[in-house]
Design a protein around this ligand. Structure first.
Ligand code: AKG
Length: 284
């Protein structure tokens, strides 16, 4: 039977203060190990204090795609890319996930919305035969920019490539999605299931998807977070922030959903990365 560990108030306060100061969970676990805590016990303690499911803190494995490429996972407290500074405010090992504050500036968010608005259409999903279809699970409207379409798009693509260590041409075109109250994207994986009939077609160019970056272009008045039900985590949608998650090898803990917007609206920009260069404008 699992017995709950007694956590001293001092240790609890130290864990909270250390993570609030911007240190990631791996740093906290390492410091605890250096101070004589058993790693397994440390994970239980940290999970309990931070109210995270224990599965989220399991040691990460080095997941490498058959093509040998993997994304570089941004490390806290902050990363500077070409003079642009962003903060890594949450780090989860399973799935590999980071919350990145300040990935886009206010102006970039405003400009992306203005550019996308006249081009919105009902968002599609990819069915099991690899065809694009209207799907009740995804009720938002969206559009795609082509790779390098505008200086603003190139700048963001270069920033993501620099941040994650994946060449720009492995990225699908940036997708913008717009949700109104009640609209959502039900739980799904972004990687393609090799068991499905359409797998060959959707991976013929670029291969499998290996990671996603969902960037929030505004802050919905209520609702609209991104939920990761397998680990009990919901990332709050906040303008200029992003959630990055990698799923090399088809990680089932990367199941995620765009929660219904309850009040206001929600705009996001999503970048999907492939294991090889992706040269078509057909998008999922
Ligand atoms: O709207 C969100 O928060 C998530 C979007 C998403 O899951 C996707 O575009 O694949």
């Amino acid at each position: 039977m699992h017995s709950r560990t007694t956590i001293s108030p001092e240790l609890r306060e130290w864990i909270l203060a250390t993570t609030r100061a911007g240190h990631g969970i791996p740093d906290v676990l390492k410091l605890m190990k250096d101070n004589g805590y058993d790693p397994r016990q440390s994970r239980s303690i940290v999970a309990e204090v931070l109210k995270l499911p224990l599965a989220a803190l399991h040691a990460s494995t080095d997941k490498t795609t058959p093509a040998g490429l993997r994304t570089r996972h941004p490390e806290p407290p902050s990363v500077t890319i070409d003079g642009h500074v962003l903060d890594v405010t949450l780090i989860v090992d399973t799935p590999t996930l980071r919350v990145l504050d300040g990935i886009l500036t206010e102006q970039e968010c405003t400009d992306l919305i203005a550019l996308a608005r006249p081009r919105l259409q009902r968002a599609l999903t990819v069915d099991t035969d690899g065809k694009h279809q209207v799907d009740q699970r995804r009720t938002s409207e969206g559009m795609f920019f082509t790779l390098n379409e505008l200086p603003l798009i190139s700048r963001i693509e270069q920033r993501l490539a620099g941040l994650l260590g994946v060449p720009m041409n492995h990225g699908e075109g940036l997708q913008i999605l717009h949700y109104l109250p009640g609209q959502e994207y039900e739980p799904h994986y972004d990687w393609f299931d090799p068991e499905q009939a359409g797998y060959g077609a959707v991976t013929a160019i670029g291969g499998q998807r290996i990671a996603s970056v969902v960037m929030y272009l505004n802050t919905p008045e209520q609702g609209g977070g991104t939920a990761f039900p397998e680990i009990g985590l919901t990332v709050t949608a906040r303008r200029g922030t992003a959630v990055y998650f990698a799923y090399e090898g088809g990680d089932r803990s990367s199941l995620h959903a765009g929660l219904p917007v309850l009040r206001g609206e929600k705009w996001i920009a999503t970048k999907w990365l492939r294991e090889r260069p992706f040269r078509t404008q057909r998008q999922a």
